[in-house]
Write a protein that binds this ligand. Structure first.
Ligand SMILES: [Zn+2]
Length: 311
C-alpha cells in the first residue's frame, strides 16, 4: 500500500486512507490524513503572450483553480522587466486584484532596476507607498542583468530599508551568475537583513555541486551545492518550490530531495508559477508523494509564508 500511495493523487490518497481506517489498518491520522491548505507564493494571473497572440488568465479562472487545488491564498507577483515577460504585469494590477479579493490574493510590487527612480531614498519612498497600498513583497525580480549588477544593488538596498522580502528568478538570461553563485553570495553579504526568496533554473541547478549547463539537470545530486552552502551561511536566504525548475530540483534525486525538504523546512515555500489556464502544476502531486512529516508540510505549504510575509 505504501508504494501505491506514493503515486496517487492527494484527493485519492485521502480516500484510500479513509478506507484503510475503516478496515482497521493502523495509520497515523496526524501525519497522513491532515489536509493542509496551501499558500502559493508565486503566481501570475493576467494577460500573457502566447504563440504570437494575447491570452489571459482571468481572476475568476484563477480563483477557481485555487479552489480546485486547495490553495487558500496566493501571492500575485508583478512583472516589469522586458526580459522576464513580454506583457508586463504592473504593480497597480496586482494591487487592484488584491483589493478585489483581499481574503485570497496577496500583492507584490516591483520596479525595474534600470528605471529612472532617482536616488535610493526616492525608491524607498516609492516602495513605502506600495507597501501602504498593501504590497507584502517585491518581485518577481527578473531583469536581464547580472544578479550583482550595481543597479540591482540599489533595489536590494531599498527593499532592505523598507523590509520587503524580494523574490527573484535566476537563469542564463535574468539575474545571471557563475557556477557556485558567487554573485548571489555577494548580494547576501552586502544585504544581511534583506530576506531573499530564490527561484529559477540556475538556482535549482545549483542544488548540486556539479552544475551542468543544462537548466533542468537530471540524475543524482552531488552534495555541497551552492544552494546548501549559501543557505548554511545566510539565514536571510529562502526559496520557493515553484515551476518546472523547483519540481526538478527536488525530484531529480528523490532521496536527496526529501532530505533537503526536511533539512530546509524553515526556508522553503510552496509555489506554482501558475500563469496560464490548464497549466500542469506537478507540485500538487509531487510534494505529497514525499510523505513528509506533518510539521514539515505545514511549514512549507503555508506557515513560512505567513511568517516571512507577515500575513
Ligand atoms: Zn514566475
Amino acid at each position: 500500500m505504501q508504494k501505491h500511495i506514493t503515486v496517487i493523487s492527494r484527493r485519492r490518497l485521502l480516500g484510500v486512507l479513509g478506507t484503510a481506517a475503516l478496515a482497521g489498518n493502523v495509520w497515523d491520522r496526524s501525519t497522513a490524513a491532515e489536509e493542509i491548505s496551501y499558500i502559493d507564493v508565486h503566481t501570475h494571473p493576467g494577460p500573457f503572450w502566447h504563440e504570437q497572440g494575447i491570452k489571459e488568465l482571468t481572476l475568476d479562472d484563477f480563483l477557481r483553480w485555487m479552489d480546485r487545488n486547495n490553495v487558500e491564498r496566493s501571492c500575485v507577483l508583478a512583472h516589469v522587466s522586458p526580459e522576464g515577460r513580454v506583457i508586463p504585469i504592473p504593480p497597480v494590477d496586482t494591487l487592484r486584484a488584491a483589493r478585489r479579493h483581499p481574503d485570497r490574493l496577496i500583492p507584490f510590487t516591483s520596479v525595474d532596476p534600470r528605471a529612472d527612480f532617482g536616488k535610493v531614498q526616492d525608491l524607498v519612498g516609492m516602495l513605502k507607498w506600495y507597501e501602504d497600498q498593501g504590497a507584502k513583497g517585491f518581485g518577481e525580480h527578473k531583469p536581464g542583468l547580472p544578479i550583482d549588477h550595481p543597479l540591482c544593488f540599489r533595489v536590494y538596498e531599498a527593499c532592505e530599508m523598507v523590509g520587503l522580502p524580494l523574490l527573484l528568478h535566476m537563469d542564463g538570461r535574468c539575474n545571471t551568475d557563475s557556477p557556485g553563485l558567487p554573485g548571489l553570495r555577494r548580494v547576501l553579504q552586502n544585504f544581511p537583513t534583506l530576506n531573499l526568496i530564490a527561484h529559477g533554473p540556475l538556482w535549482w541547478a545549483s542544488i548540486s555541486a556539479s552544475v551542468a549547463s543544462d537548466a533542468y539537470p537530471k540524475g543524482k545530486v552531488a552534495p555541497g551545492g551552492a544552494v546548501d552552502t549559501l543557505m548554511d551561511a545566510f539565514p536571510n536566504l529562502y526559496a520557493d518550490l515553484s515551476a518546472g525548475s523547483g519540481a526538478n530540483g527536488i525530484s531529480r534525486d528523490r532521496k536527496f530531495g526529501r532530505d533537503f525538504l526536511i533539512r530546509r523546512a524553515d526556508k522553503l515555500m510552496f509555489g506554482s508559477d501558475y500563469l496560464r489556464p490548464n497549466q500542469v502544476v506537478s507540485q500538487f502531486e509531487l510534494l505529497p508523494s514525499f510523505e513528509l512529516p506533518v510539521d514539515v508540510r505545514r511549514k512549507i505549504y503555508r506557515d513560512n509564508a505567513i511568517r516571512l510575509l507577515k500575513l
